[in-house]
Design a protein around this ligand. Structure first.
Ligand SMILES: CC(C)(COP(=O)(O)OP(=O)(O)OC[C@H]1O[C@@H](n2cnc3c(N)ncnc32)[C@H](O)[C@@H]1OP(=O)(O)O)[C@@H](O)C(=O)NCCC(=O)NCCS
Length: 143
């Protein structure tokens, strides 16, 4: 499996995976992907086909991870971890020293992955994903 920059040809597959990962109201709308590839940082995990992707952004010393998606058929094989590592390197190369993301408090898989990747839990954000759907902010300071 290799991690590479997302390309325009990857967009249909990224949209498909996004739909499998998140309910419609929480998913990036299909039209947004072209924008993300142009203005944000997007990496895909590729192994004959795209198995997952990650999108992030950097502004000064702050790096943000917007989404991390692994196709359900390829989970628990290290794909998410490798994508996170790749995105951390991209954001760091652009100057990010503090990485931040939000994860649903009811998403134990994501929370476990981010803790394993060295993030710590920050504040709780009430209703971040809609009424009663809270998020946990997660932070990682790079030395
Ligand atoms: C969260 C997600 C990206 C994890 O991807 P993945 O490729 O399965 O993750 P990895 O195989 O790299 O797992 C890395 C570590 O994360 C943790 N982890 C991953 N999935 C887990 C699960 N279902 N339960 C508990 N821990 C889990 C484990 O610590 C794991 O290490 P281990 O396998 O050595 O125990 C994937 O489940 C997914 O796409 N979910 C839907 C979308 C989503 O919720 N994205 C995150 C939004 S904030």
């Amino acid at each position: 499996m290799m991690v590479r920059r997302a390309q325009r040809e990857d967009i249909p597959r990224m949209v498909e995976i996004e739909r499998l990962c998140f309910p419609e109201e929480a998913a990036f709308p299909p039209k947004m992907f072209s924008y993300l590839l142009t203005y944000a940082e997007a990496l895909v995990a590729y192994n004959g086909q795209v198995e997952g992707f990650v999108v992030g952004y950097t502004s000064g010393k702050m790096g943000r991870i917007y989404t991390l998606d692994v196709h359900p058929d390829y989970r628990r094989r290290g794909v998410g971890g490798v994508l996170m590592k790749g995105m951390e390197e991209v954001l760091a190369s652009k100057g990010a020293r503090i990485l931040r993301l939000e994860a649903a408090v009811e998403n134990p898989a994501a929370l476990a992955l981010y803790l394993k990747a060295g993030f710590r839990k920050g504040s709780l954000i009430k209703d971040y994903y809609g009424l009663g759907k809270d998020a946990c902010r997660m932070i990682k300071e790079r030395s």
